[in-house]
Design a protein around this ligand. Structure first.
Ligand code: ADP
Length: 507
């Protein structure tokens, strides 16, 4: 043992090298600040330098003669023996621990993270292995701190290489993209993008890698990420190139902007509502000044005449004027009713439920029965009894009732076969509600104004305010649907298209 120690440490042996050479050898092993150990083919430590003794907490020379496994934690010492045997058969120079957690154990039982380089050496014709050990505990601790900091970030962070392969992903990235544990490492970035972006992204990445700079993406353009379950979400990305020992890696910071976009959409929607309401208010003020004021002016004139007739004692004329004044006040009253009804469409409380369309139209028909028979109009209904639609039933009633009622009111009295027909059908996530009549029709030049408040186009003997269709249009908008119509002298057809959500109606 002493001889081998002397040989390993460079101390003089029987076959003495020159003094300078021996000193050099001694210095090279004992004085180097890198912990070193020499192990023989049986795995016995034959030499340790002071740096190694210090690292593992042993007094000088104590380790010599011990199996190398005393420096290895018990849970891996067994497998180390097998690895050592395999290594002894084909020894080669190698570094261990570069990408793996290699642990050592000190005399005090404390585990330390190390990196080990092995080099086969021959001493007196006998194979030995010289190991150099680096304590990377501090480095690992620093790495751990960095990992914890990255993991603690509220933004998703993904690092990828020049080939677009993920090399690091923090906890938030796993949450954002719906992966568990190491599910993102080693994946191509393309897996995180919807199919339609992949080709363009490949070109973009190749271009970016030629001159990588810190930059953000997604400001003006909308970008989307793909979760592991196939769903998409809008995102914003910041890119930062990182130099990793001559290799460029890119750290992408990803922010899921679903919430922000939803709030922006909501603000946009509210703005559009405000603009629409403002327009309607302007239109209302204009119409009110004409349509509500006109009967008042007439009423004022009638009352002046009435006053004169009463003064002259023309009672017959006074009675006639009173009757006309009464008609006017009734008309004003129904106009005001109409305006209030219109205002109510804005403030309905949007409670939706599943409504069976057939049953719903049955009820309306019963309510309109008197009107139907008074006008001798036949009612037809073609609706699959199982068809249901999720809506606010009050708004739906405003729509269908007004359309049917108009079909009855504006029937063509020259016809014998007067009818109003209601159909409903569902296709492609939409429900079409069609109300058709063979009435007098709406004059072609009036079509652009059909949904404008207070507009009436024919047959002004019929009671009405010109608010019905404006109300219908507004209710359809609020139901998230659309309305269109066709009208000729042969009749009128309104088509209301509503989103079709499936939900079973309450029994
Ligand atoms: P109102 O019926 O109170 O006049 P609406 O807004 O419901 O108000 O209708 C506006 C106008 O459109 C009606 O006055 C009428 O001239 C025309 N109109 C509406 N529906 C029909 C229809 N089915 N057939 C013919 N004309 C119609």
């Amino acid at each position: 043992m002493e001889e081998r120690r002397a040989a390993a440490s460079g101390a003089p042996t029987g076959d003495q090298p020159g003094r300078a050479g021996a000193l050099g050898a001694a210095l090279s092993l004992t004085a180097v600040p890198i912990p070193l150990l020499l192990v023989d083919g049986a795995g016995t430590i034959v030499f340790t330098n002071p740096s190694l003794d210090e690292l593992f907490g042993y007094d000088s020379g104590v380790l010599e003669g011990c199996p190398v496994e005393v420096l290895i934690p018990p849970d891996v010492a067994g497998s180390h023996r097998e690895l050592r045997d395999a290594y002894a058969e084909v020894p080669y120079e190698r570094t261990m621990g570069a990408n793996r957690d290699v642990r050592g154990i000190t005399r005090q039982g404390e585990e330390i993270s190390v990196e080990i380089a092995l080099k086969p050496v021959e001493i007196d014709g006998v194979a030995h292995v010289l190991g150099s050990v680096i304590d990377i505990g501090v480095l690992r601790a620093e790495q751990e701190k960095t990992r914890l900091a990255i993991d603690a970030s509220a933004s998703a962070m993904i690092m990828f290489d020049a080939e677009g392969v993920v090399v690091l992903a923090n906890r938030q990235a796993l949450v954002t993209f719906g992966y568990t544990d190491d599910g993102l490492i080693g994946r191509p970035l393309d897996d995180l993008l919807p199919e339609r972006y992949r080709r363009r992204h490949g070109v973009f990445r190749a271009g970016y890698m030629t001159e990588p700079t810190q930059r953000s993406m997604g400001g003006a353009r909308e970008l989307y990420g793909l979760r592991s379950d196939g769903s998409e979400f809008p995102l914003e990305i910041g890119l930062t190139p990182i130099d990793d020992q001559g290799k460029t890696l890119i750290m992408a910071t990803i922010i899921d902007i679903t919430q922000r976009k939803a709030s922006e959409d909501e603000i946009r929607r509210q703005n559009a509502d405000l603009v629409r309401l403002n327009d309607e208010l302007g239109q209302f003020a204009y119409s009110a000044s004409h349509d509500l004021k006109a009967p008042l002016v007439t009423l004022d004139g009638l009352l002046a005449c009435l006053h004169d007739d009463l003064a002259t004692g023309d009672i017959a004329n006074a009675a006639d004027l009173t009757a006309r004044a009464q008609e006017l006040t009734q008309r004003l009253s129904s106009l005001i009713e109409g305006v209030l009804g219109f205002a109510r469409t804005e403030h309905a409380d949007d409670t939706t439920c599943a409504v069976r369309v057939g049953e719903f139209v049955d009820t309306l028909r019963a309510d309109l029965d008197a009107e139907l028979s008074a006008n001798d109009v036949r009612f037809e209904q073609h609706i699959d009894p199982s068809l249901s639609v999720v809506v606010d039933p009050h708004r739906l009633r405003q729509v269908v009732e007004n359309l049917i009622s108009n079909g009855i009111k504006y029937c063509d009295r020259r016809r014998d076969d007067r009818f109003v027909a209601v159909r409903a059908s569902a296709a492609d996530g939409l429900v079409d509600l069609v109300v058709r009549d063979n009435g007098i029709g709406i004059p072609a030049d009036a079509h652009p104004q059909v949904f404008t408040m207070f507009r009436r186009f024919a047959n002004h003997d019929e009671p009405g305010t010109g608010l019905g269709l404006a109300m219908v249009k507004r209710a359809v908008d609020q139901l998230g649907g659309s309305i269109c119509f066709e009208s000729t002298t042969e009749g009128t057809t309104f088509v209301v298209r509503l989103p079709h959500e499936s939900m079973e109606p309450a029994p």
